[in-house]
Each structure stands twice: as structure tokens, then as C-alpha cells.
Design a protein around this ligand. Sequence first.
Ligand code: IPM
Ligand code: MG
Length: 354
Amino acid sequence: MTKTLLLLPGDGIGPEVTAVARRVAGRLIAGGLDLAVEEGPFGGASIDAHGVPLTDETLARAKAADAVLMGAVGGPQWAGQPYDKRPEAGLLGLRAGMNVYANLRPARCFSALADASSLKRIHVEGLDILFVRELVGGVYFGTPRGIETLPDGSRRGVNTHVYTSAEIRRVARVAFALARGRTGAVCSAEKGNVMEAGLLWREEVQALRDAEYPDIKLSHMLADNMAMQLVKNPRQFDVILTDNLFGDILSDEAAMLTGSLGMLPSAAIGDDGAPGLYEPIHGSAPDIAGRGVANPCAAVLSLAMALRHSLGEPALALRVEAAVEAALDGGARTADLGGNLTTVAMGDAILARL
Ligand code: IPM
Ligand code: MG
């Protein structure tokens, strides 16, 4: 049966990098992959066209697809809007609407790029961390939330960090299952020393491991210590399990260790059989948008993750990943990697090795 990939190019460099992913998908389709590729409006582009960052129609199409590949959202022209009219609100709405609660963010150091890291090569060569970040709960979505004016005229801002045991366990399951295909080690981060929800996180993760995943080597680390350990000795980690906010912060830190933010893909998945949401880790990069110089590798590698996790094509995923690595090994570099290839030329270099 034909599977469907919905592309949401979004804003800034999003359309430029997803166009390359689309070419790669086209090549695989020409080679026999039974996939239909569609496109929809999203983010700031959707605000301009439809008044909202995520239309009901785009959400319905995303839920009906097998996988969704997003470019990037946001830009200065929408920054002054009320919160619910910003591109970012569309992204949170899409994550929640698709119920993609487990965000997989690999921080992998490509050998050809190890010298671009801010850490010495000996600390990052071979680095291969997989973040599993909870994505539809915690302080991003908890209520009450808002800004209120107090009787004395001062203001009070409130957000609520909240997790239930079920929300913790379902994302921990994803981390444990993925760890079984790696070294079997999971390190879970929280601030159980100051937050009850962090303590619950630690207890639930440990209880699930003891009951159902006794083969997993589980450790716990306070999130501040993890921030420090990630720059001190990042290769001690294999799978890292975090809540939504700590995962946002720590995965940016780990991504930078690899020296190449423009290289890193991500996947957001939910229950078995439900569509996944795939996106580069980088943002819309308004400073270089429209110039055709963005690095398309993260978008192409996000397509590879979609092939693996949502489209049932793990062998094709490996081929796409190998093509990106071979292009890099052959010296292909966009500007962010110290080279001068355009987005399209980098795409050509990848396609030539596919
Ligand atoms: C990310 C981003 C988003 C987040 C923003 C754009 C809402 O930083 O995907 O990491 O905070 O989750
Ligand atoms: Mg972030």
C-alpha cells in the first residue's frame, strides 16, 4: 500500500532544505519505494496565508499521513504576535495533536567534522548520544499558565511543570526499547532534589526498569550535573532520557558538541503505528534564508529517520545515511561546515552517492 509523507516546509531555510529531502525521496521512489509526497502550509507561512500557524486541515492531513517531515518555523516578522499566533505555537499544537510524545535527538559526531567541535577531537570523536525527550507534557503544556496582573499592579507569570506516571512511563519505554539496540545503557535526568515532579520521574523510570527491563543499565543524574558532564566527558552517555524542558536545553548543548548543528535530524514518535514527526534540529535561520546556502543534511537525515521509524524501510534509511556520510568524506561542505557548496550542490553530492 502506498505510504504518505507530508512535507511542511515552513519558514526561513525550511523550504530550501526540505526541497533537497524531497529530491532524495523522489530518487527512492524512482527506485521502487511506494511513497506519495504531499505538501502543506505550516508556521509563519500558514499565518500569512490562513491567519493561524496550524490549520485544522494541516493537522488532519498530518494525522492521516504515515510520516510528516517539517523544515523549520519562525522568523522575526512573526515575533511580535500574541503567543497563540506565533509559528512556535503551531509546532507545539502539531506535536500535541499528533501525540508524538517521544522526541529522538541523536547527537552524533561525524568523523569528517570532529575538528569543528568546540571540544577537542579526543572528546567527541565517535560521539553517539541518543536523546529521548518527552515532548507533549511538562512545563510546556501544564496548567495553570499565564501572566496576571496583581491588585498592586505588579505582574505574576505562571507555568506548571506536571507529569503523570503514565506520561513518564510511555516515554521511558521508548528509551529502554531503543537502548536494547545500542549498548543498553540509559541515563535519566531530572531535578528530583528540588522538584516533586522530578522525584516522581526518577521513581517511575526506575520502577519500570525493574519490572520490565532488567537488562537495561539505568542510571539517574541531576540535570545540572548532566549539563556539566556533557562538556566534561560526553562519551560516557549512550541513551539519555529527559523531560520536555531539560531535553530542550541539554539536546542543544549536546548538538553543539558535534560541531555541526546543521547536520542533526530528529524524530518525534508516539504509539506504534501512529505517524511520526521528523525535523532538523536547526531553526529557520532567517539570516541566511533565501540565499541558497543552508545545509540540507539535517533535513535529508530526518527523512532517513522517517524511513526507519514510520515508513518501514530501515535498509533505505541506512542507504540515505551512508550517502550523506560519503558526501562528507568526499569533502562536500556547505558554508556552515567551512565549505562553499550551495544547498542544491550539497544535495547533488548526496544524490550522487545514493
Ligand atoms: C526545539 C525548539 C522548540 C522547543 C521551540 C521552537 C518551540 O527549541 O524543538 O527544541 O522548545 O521545543
Ligand atoms: Mg530547542
